[in-house]
Design a protein around this ligand. Structure first.
Ligand code: HEM
Ligand SMILES: *[C@@H]1O[C@H](CO)[C@@H](O)[C@H](O)[C@H]1NC(C)=O
Ligand SMILES: *[C@@H]1O[C@H](CO)[C@@H](O)[C@H](O)[C@H]1NC(C)=O
Ligand SMILES: *[C@@H]1O[C@H](CO)[C@@H](O)[C@H](O)[C@H]1NC(C)=O
Ligand SMILES: *[C@@H]1O[C@H](CO)[C@@H](O)[C@H](O)[C@H]1NC(C)=O
Ligand SMILES: *[C@@H]1O[C@H](CO)[C@@H](O)[C@H](O)[C@H]1NC(C)=O
Length: 336
């Protein structure tokens, strides 16, 4: 406690002295952002069963409903892109704040998997109260879902703390919508320190899970967008009526060929103009990204490795490891 406080004070002095010269978090490692603050096996001596508890909880739920695995991977993305990987996406509205991230358009009503995080947190609180952060639970759950749906296994550093702030506007500003073009997608990921190649690799997630019709009906009506295969467009029209004539918003699989498998089929779909979103199609609009798509269709091992590296890197975005972070509990839905 004492040494932590003195490090923090040193940090603050250092930061104050140098803040005109360098970005604080990168220069000093104070509080956030530095990847070295996280480590593989962080909970080994604090809560030895932490990772296995998350794994068995995720496994139980995903075997029951594979869609939840897709939900968990997307949850990780949506957590990390808004205020960093701090579990801000999990916070429920309160009388003081009913404009939360989870209520924002990119998340509501589509984001899912919250009950899996709740179940894991409940088990973890029983095993070692107040020890495992909700942000780490999300990162581990996404890792375990990646294995269950893609047979892609990797270790992910932990030691994140949870944030105390959630703001729906920030979700809207930081999460890329499906109508973004390549320039906008690249900029969105670059703001989070991710490269164009990492964006293309992470987009492989669209080989699992589902989408609501509303995310792509603008490509179907009034006419089928020429960036979409006409037969595919016609079949989507049958599943998703013109929003002008209906009040329901149905769902369809992201990948009609291997819907429950996290694999390179997504890239084949992009190439054959049978991916759902304009943003998916946009990966064909530069030589660099088109070549990467093409490569992944032929080299699944390369996709697996690039996907792993990009997931780990995404997990380092603006992480909290000191003040103002906390290990949230007893539930991930409310700050302490
Ligand atoms: C490149 C920019 C991206 C855009 C524009 C985008 C957009 C979307 C949209 C609109 C949906 C459908 C939501 C719905 O209507 O139900 C979706 C689903 C999904 N996205 Fe993305 N996404 C992007 C990148 C990513 C990344 C980086 C990941 C994870 C690493 C990801 C993982 C997923 C998953 C797994 C689903 C299916 C969710 C489910 O079944 O519950 N996406 N995405
Ligand atoms: C949200 O909070 C604002 C301000 O506190 C309040 O005026 C509004 O009625 C609340 N909305 C809902 C849906 O609770
Ligand atoms: C899963 O991946 C491993 C390599 O990581 C491979 O040896 C194994 O055959 C794969 N299993 C299946 C069912 O594809
Ligand atoms: C939420 O974030 C937006 C965009 O950064 C900001 O303008 C707004 O003041 C924030 N709201 C609250 C309540 O802090
Ligand atoms: C992408 O969208 C932005 C914003 O609408 C626009 O300014 C830009 O010209 C578009 N770029 C391409 C290559 O279409
Ligand atoms: C749906 O609405 C459009 C006008 O937006 C109309 O032309 C079309 O006939 C309607 N389709 C059905 C099945 O009612």
């Amino acid at each position: 406690m004492e040494s932590k406080t003195s490090i923090l004070i040193t940090c603050l002095i250092f930061a104050t002295a140098f803040q005109l010269l360098l970005p604080v978090s990168e220069a000093s490692g104070c509080g956030s952002t530095t990847t070295s603050d996280l480590k593989i096996g962080y909970y080994k001596d604090k809560c030895a069963k932490a990772e296995s508890i998350v794994k068995s909880t995720v496994s139980y739920h995903v075997k029951n409903n594979p869609g939840l695995g897709a939900g968990l991977i997307r949850l990780f993305f949506h957590d990390c892109f808004v205020r960093g990987c701090d579990a801000s996406v999990l916070l429920d509205p309160t009388p003081e704040n009913n404009q939360t991230e989870k209520q924002a358009i990119p998340n509501f009503p589509s984001l899912r998997g919250f009950e899996v995080i709740d179940a894991a947190k409940a088990e973890l609180e029983k095993e070692c109260k107040g020890t495992v952060s909700c942000a780490d639970i999300i990162a581990l759950a996404a890792r375990d879902a990646t294995y269950l749906l893609g047979n892609i296994s990797y270790e992910i550093p932990t030691g994140r703390l949870d944030g105390r702030v959630t703001n729906s506007t920030e979700a809207l500003l930081n999460l890329p919508p499906p109508f973004f073009n390549l320039t906008e997608l690249v900029a969105s990921f670059a703001r989070k320190g991710l490269s164009t190649a990492e964006m293309v690799a992470l987009s492989g997630s669209h080989s699992i899970g589902r989408s609501h019709c509303s995310s792509f009906t603008s490509r179907l009506y009034p006419t089928i967008d020429p960036t979409m295969d006409p037969k595919f467009g016609a079949s989507l029209r049958k599943l998703c009526p013109d929003p002008q004539n209906t009040t329901t918003d149905g769902v369809v699989p992201q990948d009609f060929v291997t819907p429950g498998k996290l694999d390179i089929q997504y890239y084949k779909n992009v190439e054959s103009l049978t991916a759902l979103f304009f943003s998916d199609w946009s990966l064909l609009t530069s030589t660099e990204t088109r070549n990467q798509v093409e490569t992944y269709t032929k080299e699944p091992e390369k996709f697996n490795q690039d996907f792993i590296n990009a997931m780990v890197k995404m997990g380092n975005i603006e992480v909290l490891t000191g003040s103002p972070g906390e290990v949230r509990g007893p539930t991930c839905r409310f700050v302490n």
